[in-house]
Write a protein that binds this ligand. Structure first.
Ligand SMILES: NC(=O)c1ccc[n+]([C@@H]2O[C@H](COP(=O)([O-])OP(=O)(O)OC[C@H]3O[C@@H](n4cnc5c(N)ncnc54)[C@H](OP(=O)(O)O)[C@@H]3O)[C@@H](O)[C@H]2O)c1
Length: 265
């Protein structure tokens, strides 16, 4: 296991790589190995990140999810936010946590904030519409009731099956030059991106905490045999307070399909 230690010089090189103004950082230090694939990605790139307890949970049964990750796990999450173009969450996370989704525990820009709200459940009173932070995009189905949301762009996508195809979401954001995406949760949102073969990289940060009950970080359709389970190649990093699995997934759903997207009101 490699210990991640971020020096100012390494972080500045990673931010330069992110903005396209820097050379690919040389060297084999763990921080570069972990973050350069994100900062250096060009074209659609999806990083999914879960911060969970030793028993695989992301919240208590009543929904308390504050500080599942330890301080270094949280700093890692903020570094990931700083290296991507947009952070993506499901409407359940906005309703449960009212997160700001900004970069506060690292130096760097805050990403555009994207909420997947298929059926139009947001009413515009949620904090991210009023905090003066990074731009907000709400992605909803073309069949959702049209309504204005303050300080936000609405992207409407034709429904596919029981929801919105994650490939259509990736394409719609790429059309706005938002290529590097951090899918931050919750579990249902991350599961759909994984199931539909849209995740390039999965970060699972494990904190030494046992919650005992509550929602788990990733829930996928059941498989009968372990041989059918996903077994991504993974590197393991020590963040300090938390252990991180950096997993390479296959983007089998990334066929570059074009999907119609209509701008909302
Ligand atoms: N520890 C962590 O890393 C972490 C991070 C984030 C959140 N959380 C926790 O996770 C919990 C929330 O997770 P959750 O799984 O309940 O909710 P969620 O994933 O945040 O949101 C799920 C909802 O988002 C919409 N959605 C997402 N992807 C969609 C798609 N492809 N197509 C259509 N709709 C889509 C759906 O809304 P509709 O129901 O309207 O169809 C779905 O029900 C909270 O307790 C939060 O604290 C933990």
């Amino acid at each position: 296991m490699q210990a991640v230690e971020i020096t100012d010089a390494v972080w500045e090189r990673l931010l330069a790589l992110r903005s396209g103004s820097g050379e690919t950082p040389v060297g084999d230090d763990p921080a570069t190995a972990l973050y350069a694939p994100i900062a250096g990605a060009r074209g659609p790139f999806v990083l999914a990140q879960v911060g969970q307890s030793l028993d695989g949970r992301v919240a208590t049964p009543s929904g308390d999810a504050a500080n599942v990750s330890g301080p270094d796990g949280l700093a890692h999450l903020h570094r990931c936010r700083a290296l991507v173009d947009a952070v993506v969450v499901g409407v359940g996370t906005i309703k449960a946590d009212n997160p700001r989704l900004s970069v506060r525990l690292a130096e760097g820009p805050s990403p555009v904030r994207v909420v997947i709200d298929c059926h139009g459940a947001l009413d515009g009173r949620e904090g991210l519409f009023h905090d003066g932070g990074a731009p907000v995009i709400v992605i909803e189905s073309t069949s959702a009731p049209a309504r204005p949301l303050p300080n936000a762009e609405i992207l409407r996508i034709p429904p596919s099956g029981s929801g919105l195809a994650t490939g259509a979401i990736v394409n719609a954001l790429a059309g706005r030059r938002l290529n590097r995406l951090l899918v931050e949760g919750g579990a249902r949102t991350i599961a759909r991106f994984i199931e539909e073969g849209q995740v390039d990289r999965l970060h699972v940060a494990i904190s030494p905490l046992i919650i005992g009950a509550g929602p788990s970080g990733i829930t996928l359709p059941p498989v009968a045999r372990l041989s059918d389970a996903l077994r991504p190649s993974a590197k393991v990093f020590s963040l300090g307070s938390d252990i991180l699995f950096d997993c390479v997934l296959t983007t089998s759903g990334r066929q570059g399909k074009k999907v119609d997207v209509a701008d909302g009101t």
